[in-house]
Design a protein around this ligand. Structure first.
Ligand code: ARG
Length: 472
């Protein structure tokens, strides 16, 4: 009789180990459709198994299950991992999520001993553990993509410390800068992104396993042991907070959002530079498309899609915050959507980083066009004003006023500053000499920007060395 009962229970477990025997009816098709998350959360199968193995080891060590049972469960889990890796496992929607699917397969693998694995844990602490592990594991890939883009930009910068282009404020030509100086600006942004990512992982790295559903457990578990096995820094302090917390996911999403914001600024500049009126760059053919009607067109689709994809990621950040807002402690099913949000944002950002790296590697710079654009724009007016300060003891405001008058005069004469004759300049002040005229040169201009962080080739070369040491 007992055997019959056992085999009946065993059968039910294989079908759905969490199926509640006190509910008379199974879930409707519609509930199954809205409730099932396996299509999304199967991406965490490695982490789920890793977490379960640690849990089983701890249960064994604490004698909550026997050594034999521990080994049986762990071996079963390892076989499942292997089978999933080989694509041999078909997950079932009816089993809701990755946790129930794996537990059910474990029943098929090792029989009723599988039922002991869920002792002293809940899906609430299980899912948050898996999720933290997934973010931690995948942050390495994200960091690598960021580093690759930095490397690509630094390599281009090395060749362009003397390539001059207009620097803009208000998208109006401001002052000459080198292309290397421009590229290193993004290297710094990405450096901060990487640091932010590291900080986020550091804060996240506390072990929620053992929090149970929300209250802890009456079994004598050892949370420090699973913490060590799963390489967390320490166990989370409050069981209720542990299972309700998704701060780490929000923070990770913020990091992703900021990366995509940086990429979208970069993409926008590439789009602008590729525009015929700018004509600063030629895009790699592989990252552009033609028009279905205009045979001459070369559209910067790659960069446009990167610029646009930031919209998705930023909306996702908002979506998760809105899901969390007002949610009572501890777990509610609303939280299940967090994975979809994080995974799709992560994929978006990694892809965008790869596209931008390919873009910069294949881009050609029209350096002559860049130099001409800055030469013809009076962008060295500030340098002339500075000369008046250095050599004629003007205050900066006096120098600024006088230079403004000279610019207005040149405009009236339809000339650029460097086209003015010495005597024309001397009409404004007798002491202006040929030396002052040198300040109109864009090369002089960048050479003189020797302050720390400035665009002079000498400074930029130092900055490249610093960036290589710090980031690569
Ligand atoms: N699939 C669920 C999720 O991702 C797992 C947690 C289920 N917990 C529960 N109390 N029903 O959120």
């Amino acid at each position: 009789m007992e055997n019959i009962v056992n085999s009946f229970i065993g059968h039910a477990m294989k079908k759905n180990p969490s199926r509640n025997t006190h509910l008379n009816k199974g879930p409707s098709k519609l509930l199954e459709a809205i409730n099932s998350s396996i299509d999304v959360d199967q991406r965490m199968y490695k982490e789920d198994i890793e977490g379960s193995i640690a849990h089983a080891k701890m249960l064994g060590k604490q004698k909550i299950i026997s050594k034999k049972e521990e080994i049986k469960i762990i071996n079963g889990l390892k076989i499942i991992l292997n089978n999933i890796n080989k694509g041999k496992v078909k997950f079932k929607k009816s089993l809701e999520d990755i946790h129930m699917n794996i537990e059910s397969i474990l029943f098929q693998q090792v029989g009723k001993t599988a039922g002991k694995l869920h002792t002293a844990r809940s899906r609430n602490d299980q899912v948050v553990t898996d999720f933290k592990l997934w973010i931690r594991n995948n942050s390495v890939g994200l960091d690598n993509h960021l580093k690759k883009l930095q490397k690509c930009l630094i390599n281009i910068a090395k060749k362009h410390t003397l390539t001059i282009l207009p620097g803009y404020t208000h998208l109006q030509v401001a002052q000459p800068i080198s292309l290397a100086h421009y590229l290193l600006a993004y290297v710094e942004m990405m450096g901060r992104d990487r640091l932010r990512l590291k900080n986020c992982i550091e804060i996240l790295n506390e072990n929620p396993l053992g929090a149970g559903a929300l209250a802890g457990t009456s079994f004598s578990i050892d949370r420090n042991y699973t913490t060590k096995l799963l390489k967390f820094n320490k166990p989370t302090v409050n069981a209720l907070d542990s299972v309700a917390d998704r701060d780490f996911a929000v923070e990770f999403l913020f990091v992703l959002s900021l990366i995509s914001t940086h990429l979208s600024r970069m993409a926008d500049e590439i789009i602008l530079w590729a525009n015929q009126q700018f004509n600063f760059v030629k895009l790699p053919d592989e990252l552009a498309t033609g028009s279905s009607i205009m045979p001459q067109k070369k559209n910067p689709d790659g960069a446009e899609l990167v610029r646009g994809s930031a919209g998705n990621v930023i909306s996702n950040l908002n979506a998760l915050l809105v899901i969390l807002k007002g949610l009572p402690l501890a777990y509610s099913k609303d939280l299940q959507d967090d994975k979809k949000i994080i995974f799709s944002s992560y994929d978006n950002v990694c892809l965008a980083l790869e596209v931008m790296t390919e873009m910069w590697s294949g881009i050609t710079f029209n350096t002559k066009v860049m130099a001409k654009a800055i030469q013809n724009s009076n962008a060295t007016a500030t340098d002339f004003a500075n000369w008046l300060v250095f050599n004629l003891q003007f205050s900066f405001r006096e120098a600024y006023q006088l230079t403004g008058k000279i610019v207005a005069y040149a405009d009236k004469k339809n000339k650029k500053l460097h086209e003015l004759d010495l005597h024309e300049l001397q009409n404004f002040n007798k002491k202006i000499n040929n030396d002052a005229k040198k300040t109109f040169s864009i090369y002089e201009s960048i050479n003189n920007k020797k302050s720390f962080g400035g665009t002079s080739p000498q400074r930029v070369k130092q900055a490249i060395k610093y960036a290589i040491k710090k980031y690569l």
